[in-house]
Design a binder for this molecule. Structure first.
Ligand SMILES: NC(=O)c1ccc[n+]([C@@H]2O[C@H](COP(=O)([O-])OP(=O)(O)OC[C@H]3O[C@@H](n4cnc5c(N)ncnc54)[C@H](OP(=O)(O)O)[C@@H]3O)[C@@H](O)[C@H]2O)c1
Length: 241
C-alpha cells in the first residue's frame, strides 16, 4: 500500500497510520467502500465484491485500531456481517497498544428486529453490545450488553457517551451502512471519514454512502493511499457550529 498524500511513502503500515491511543479523546471514524459512481453495494447487495483485496487489508487495520465497531441493524440483517476476528499479528499489536485482542461490535437498532442467533451475537470473541431505544422490545441478550438511549429513536450522542463512560470504548469505527452513516452525520457525530474507492461502476440503482444528508458537509482531505487501483481517501469532518 503506498501513500500519495500528504507525503509519498512506498510501503505504509496502516495499523500505525490509523492508530489512536486507547482511552484518548472520543472519536468516531466512519469507513465505507463505494464504487466510483457512488454505489455502496455490489451486484449481490453486499460489499464483499465491491473492493479489491487492499480494501480488506485497510478494513483489518481500521478494526485493529478500534475500541469498538459500530454498525447499523440493516447491515447485520443481511446475515453476512462478521464479528471482529483479527489475525494473530493484529491481536499482538492490539495487546501491545493496551487494547483487548478483539473489539466488540455495537449494533444500533431502533426496532429491535434482529436475529439474535446470528454469528454477530453468538460467535463474537467479545460480547456484542446493542444500542437501542425505549420503544424496541428487549433484545435477547444479557442485560449488561444492552444500552437504551432515547425513546422513539436511538440518541446516538448519548449512546456514544455511554460506550465511552461505561465501557471505556473511545475510538469507535463505524462501518455503516448508509442509514447509520446518515444518522451520524445528521447528529454531527462523525470526526473522520475514510472512503475506500473501488475502481468500478456498478449496475442498477444503489444506495449512496450517506443516503440522505440533511445539509452540506465540508470535508478536509488529510491522506490518500492507493494499491492496485483501489484508492483510500481520509477526510477530517468539520466540527458543527
Ligand atoms: N459500502 C459499505 O461500506 C457498506 C457498509 C455496511 C453496509 N453496507 C450495505 O448497506 C446495506 C445496509 O444499509 P442500511 O442503510 O439498510 O442499514 P444500516 O445503516 O446498516 O442500518 C440502519 C438501521 O440502523 C438503525 N439505526 C440507525 N440509526 C438509528 C437511530 N438514530 N435510531 C434508531 N435506529 C437507528 C435502524 O435499525 P432498525 O431498522 O432496527 O430500527 C436502521 O434501520 C446493506 O446492503 C449492506 O450490504 C455497505
Amino acid at each position: 500500500m503506498r501513500r500519495l498524500l500528504p507525503d509519498q511513502a512506498a510501503d505504509v503500515d496502516l495499523f500505525s497510520s490509523f492508530n489512536n491511543s486507547p482511552g484518548g479523546v472520543a472519536q468516531v471514524r466512519l469507513s465505507m467502500v463505494m464504487s466510483v459512481d457512488g454505489s455502496t453495494t455490489d451486484e449481490a447487495g453486499w460489499t464483499s465484491r465491491l473492493g479489491r483485496p487492499a480494501d480488506k487489508r485497510l478494513l483489518r487495520a481500521l478494526r485493529g485500531v478500534a475500541d469498538a465497531i459500530l454498525v447499523g441493524a440493516g447491515s447485520v440483517r443481511t446475515g453476512r456481517y462478521p464479528p471482529h476476528r483479527p489475525p494473530a499479528e493484529y491481536r499482538a499489536r492490539r495487546r501491545e497498544a493496551g487494547r483487548p485482542e478483539v473489539a466488540p461490535l455495537v449494533v444500533v437498532t431502533g426496532s429491535g428486529d434482529l436475529d439474535w442467533s446470528l454469528p454477530a451475537f453468538t460467535d463474537s470473541g467479545t460480547p456484542t453490545l446493542v444500542l437501542t431505544c425505549g420503544r424496541a422490545p428487549t433484545p435477547r441478550l444479557p442485560a449488561d450488553q444492552v444500552l437504551v438511549h432515547g425513546e422513539a429513536t436511538v440518541d446516538l450522542d448519548a449512546g456514544l457517551g455511554a460506550l465511552r463512560d461505561r465501557f471505556g470504548l473511545c475510538a469507535v469505527l463505524c462501518e455503516g451502512g448508509p442509514g447509520l452513516a446518515t444518522e451520524l452525520f445528521r447528529a454531527g457525530l462523525v470526526d473522520e471519514l475514510v472512503v475506500s474507492l473501488a475502481p468500478s461502476i456498478m449496475p442498477g440503482r444503489n444506495r449512496r454512502l450517506v443516503d440522505n444528508p440533511r445539509r452540506r458537509e465540508e470535508l478536509t482531505l488529510s491522506e490518500v493511499y492507493e494499491e492496485d487501483g483501489q484508492v483510500f481517501l481520509r477526510y477530517g469532518v468539520r466540527a458543527r457550529d
